[in-house]
Design a protein around this ligand. Structure first.
Ligand SMILES: [Zn+2]
Length: 302
């Protein structure tokens, strides 16, 4: 042993420094790996379970959502955030508009009377050339941060530019994993001015169809609270803040579910505006769940 120590000392200061650098680098690497493991402990990939109600109506479902868990002030409430669009090839495949295969009762991306519509449409392009899909993801990402800070868990249906989950799969995953489903969009209306925010309310023609028949009231309540929150952040509403449209999302939803349209292709986005969108939506979500649980519909309290 003494010989070995002496032998080591013979290598000189430079060699010993080199050895020390290697050891420190190794320790740092282990620490980084442990930190990454800690982050992964708070998130989980979520795939479509083919056994879930309506899962068989999905055509694109090889991708996955990600469930993020709040670390502090946990409320045990999962908010499903669906950054609209962002599925490569989604407009080449069709799914049934309704689980009973009845025709659409309003126009929209697909015309009234259609039995099937795009699995996921492409979304619009802003006047500045940015895509709606990117903008939706920016708002969803900011809202996710705020929700986690507030103690909500967040199910991110789409976490990057492309997720292979169609609108049916997105909705069915939210139905089974989340307590509500909020799809973030900007409208494509061809106008050269920003007409304001609104949510897609449930059209009368859908209110007798299952599962909408027992779910449309909380959907519209959540939508109203979301636009109220946006108004509190200084945004203005398009007309009364809602437009009834027959959506695939609504037609397959069994939990409170809203498509919120934050603006249109003329909306100018920057960090400050995105932050205010997220703040307004957070307020609406907080009010919705505090009202829901104060009504005694759940043992949960916020
Ligand atoms: Zn959209």
């Amino acid at each position: 042993m003494v010989e070995k120590v002496q032998h080591f000392q013979h290598y000189g200061t430079g060699f010993r420094i080199l050895i020390c650098v290697f050891i420190i680098a190794f320790i740092c690497q282990v620490m980084v790996q442990n930190a990454e493991a800690a982050v992964n402990d708070t998130s989980e990939e979520v795939f479509l379970n083919p056994e879930w109600l309506y899962a068989e109506f999905s055509e694109i479902n090889t991708g996955n959502a990600v469930l993020y868990r709040a670390e502090e002030n946990r409320k045990d409430v999962v908010i499903g955030l669906n950054a609209g669009h962002g599925t490569e090839g989604g407009a080449l495949v069709y799914t049934y508009c309704h689980p009973d295969k009845s025709p659409k009762c309003t126009g929209g991306t697909t015309e009234e009377g259609a039995i099937q519509s795009y699995a996921v449409s492409d979304g619009m392009i802003f006047h500045n050339g940015e895509t709606e899909a990117d903008a939706n993801l920016l708002v969803a990402g900011k809202l996710k941060e705020k929700l986690l800070d507030a103690g909500f868990d967040v199910l991110m249906i789409r976490d990057d530019a492309n997720v292979q989950l169609d609108n049916v799969a997105r909705t069915v995953i939210c139905n089974n994993v989340a307590d509500c489903h909020i799809a973030i969009h900007f409208d494509s209306d061809g106008l050269d001015y920003d007409k304001g925010c609104f949510f897609i309310s449930v059209p009368d023609g859908l209110k007798s169809m299952r599962p909408v028949s027992f779910n449309w009231k909380p959907c519209d309540s959540l939508g109203r609270l979301l636009v109220d929150g946006l108004v509190d952040q200084g945004f203005f509403l398009y007309e009364d803040g809602y437009v009834p449209i027959d959506l695939t999302q609504t037609s397959y939803s069994t939990i409170p579910s809203v498509d919120i349209e934050l603006g249109n292709q003329s909306t100018v986005l920057n960090d400050e505006v995105i932050d205010r969108y997220a703040e307004g939506l957070l307020e609406g979500i907080q009010v919705f769940f505090s009202e829901k649980y104060s009504e005694g519909k759940s043992g949960k309290s916020l």
